[in-house]
Ligand binder design. Structure first.
Ligand SMILES: Cc1cc2nc3c(=O)[nH]c(=O)nc-3n(C[C@H](O)[C@H](O)[C@H](O)COP(=O)(O)O)c2cc1C
Length: 175
C-alpha cells in the first residue's frame, strides 16, 4: 500500500471479524522491530496471545468490558519495555525524562506495528485501559518491564470514518 494511503486509511477498529495467522504476525512483529530506539537498545517487548483458549480468559482478566467487546475475535499483543535502560547511563537518568524514553521508544515501535499491520491487510486497536497487574500475572511478565498497551489485531468488521484531527496551527509553531 502507498504510504500516504496507509496513513489515511488506518483507523482504530472496535469490531473484528477474525484474528490473524501466526506467520503474518511474525512478519508484522519483525517490521515493528525496525523502529528506531535510543542507542539501538531495543527495550520494547511483545507478548502475543493468539490461542483461542487462552484469549477468552485473558481478555476477561486483562480488559474492562468495553475493551473486551471491542477486541472480540482479535489476537492481542501486550507491549512492554525494559525499565532503567533506555535514557540511562550506568543506572543514572541521562536527563529529566528518565523511563519516559523507554516509553517513547515503545510508542515508536507500536506505531510501526500498527502501520505494518495495516500494510499487511489487518487492523488494530491500541488499548491503554487495561489491568497491568492481571496481565503481568497471567503472562509472567517480570517486574523490570513496564506493561503499557494491549493491541488488538485482526480483520476489521466495521468501516468507521476518520476521526477528526486538530488544525495543524493549533499544535505546531514555526520559527
Ligand atoms: C495510548 C493509546 C491508548 C488508547 N486506549 C484505548 C482504549 O483503551 N480503548 C479504546 O477503545 N481506544 C483506545 N485508544 C484509541 C484512541 O481512542 C484512538 O486512537 C483515537 O480516538 C483516534 O482514532 P483513530 O485511531 O481511529 O485515528 C488508545 C489509543 C492510544 C494511542
Amino acid at each position: 500500500m502507498e504510504f500516504k494511503e496507509l496513513i489515511t486509511k488506518r483507523r482504530s477498529i472496535r469490531k473484528f471479524g477474525s484474528a490473524i495467522g501466526h506467520e503474518v504476525l511474525i512478519d508484522i512483529l519483525k517490521e515493528a522491530q525496525q523502529a528506531p530506539s535510543w542507542k539501538n537498545q531495543q527495550t520494547s517487548r511483545c507478548y502475543v496471545v493468539e490461542s483461542p483458549e487462552i484469549l477468552e480468559s485473558f481478555r476477561a482478566a486483562a480488559l474492562p468490558s468495553f475493551n473486551q467487546k471491542s477486541s472480540a475475535n482479535a489476537a492481542l499483543i501486550v507491549t512492554t519495555f525494559v525499565k532503567d535502560v533506555v535514557g540511562f547511563n550506568d543506572g543514572t537518568p541521562a536527563n529529566e525524562i528518565g523511563n519516559g524514553w523507554g516509553s517513547y521508544d515503545l510508542g515508536l515501535h507500536d506505531a510501526y506495528l500498527i502501520l505494518a499491520a495495516k500494510n499487511a491487510g489487518y487492523d488494530t486497536l491500541i488499548m491503554g485501559i487495561r489491568d497491568a497487574g492481571a496481565i503481568r500475572e497471567k503472562l509472567g511478565i517480570p517486574e523490570n518491564e513496564e506493561v503499557m498497551s494491549v493491541i488488538a489485531i485482526g480483520k476489521r468488521a466495521e468501516d468507521p470514518s476518520a476521526r477528526p484531527r486538530k488544525d495543524l496551527t493549533e499544535v505546531t509553531r514555526f520559527f
